[in-house]
Design a protein around this ligand. Structure first.
Ligand SMILES: Cc1cc2nc3c(=O)[nH]c(=O)nc-3n(C[C@H](O)[C@H](O)[C@H](O)COP(=O)(O)O)c2cc1C
Length: 217
């Protein structure tokens, strides 16, 4: 088999436990800001993995639309394949791959539908055509051909030409509430730095505090 890729020598800069913030979500925000300052296409894009009711893992890219102390917010169609998978099994994983700056973040946790008012706020912040698009695609369902899809969009544009576009009840936000967040920094000789934060859920639904540990590369 032909060997792919070049043997890049990754960065010299180290990632040390003592340089990281004790709250991994705050640390994530710093890394996201750093990625946003680089020439990276969609630095807020991440690969979201879900597991279907049949235990089939499935991954696709979505965009991070918010992050706060509760977790990571993204928006999608609740009836899509990912939405159906999350209904059956809310455990998800998210990977941010900021390869050009030798950073990777891996998140594990559960995805929860956000309260309606948060989905409404996000929907209302979107451009008109994006709002219409949410009405004109039954995400993940089969469709005959491209023309049929274009027709659905044109029909929806026509329908909402004069009016505000309400949020479809099948469209809105999820928040990934994390229980594990790993920060990976590429280093020379494949001796990369990996620092993971782990917490668990108590019986009363609260979380333990984050524990930090280093993993071998
Ligand atoms: C850069 C990029 C960003 C995307 N952002 C989103 C997003 O925020 N929400 C979404 O539903 N799909 C987004 N998609 C499309 C998804 O990857 C996927 O095709 C779609 O959500 C249907 O996935 P599913 O059938 O597994 O549910 C994005 C794709 C790319 C390449």
């Amino acid at each position: 088999m032909e060997s792919l890729g070049r043997h890049e020598d990754y960065g010299q800069e180290s990632l040390h436990e003592t340089h990281l913030l004790s709250d991994p979500i705050e640390q994530f925000k710093l890394w996201l800001k750093e990625a946003e300052g680089e020439n990276i296409f969609e630095p807020n894009a991440f690969v979201l993995s879900t597991v279907t009711a049949e235990q089939q893992p499935r991954a696709r890219t979505v965009l991070l639309k918010g992050v706060d102390e509760h977790g990571f917010f993204f928006a999608t169609n609740f009836l899509s394949r990912k939405g159906q998978a999350i209904s059956a099994n809310p455990k998800v994983s998210a990977v941010f791959g900021w390869y050009s700056i030798y950073h990777q973040v891996i998140i594990e946790g559960v995805a929860r539908v956000v309260p309606d008012h948060e989905s409404d706020d996000y929907h209302n912040s979107r451009p008109h055509d994006s709002q219409v698009a949410a009405w004109s695609s039954q995400q993940s369902a089969f469709i005959q051909n491209r023309e049929a899809l274009d027709k659905q969009f044109e029909d929806a544009i026509e329908k909402f030409r004069e009016s505000e576009v309400p949020r479809p009840d099948y469209w809105g936000g999820y928040r990934i509430v994390p229980t594990r967040i790993e920060f990976w920094k590429g280093r020379s000789n494949r001796m990369h730095d990996r620092i993971e934060y782990v917490r668990s859920i108590n019986d009363d639904g609260t979380y333990t505090s984050w524990e930090v540990q280093r993993l071998q590369p």
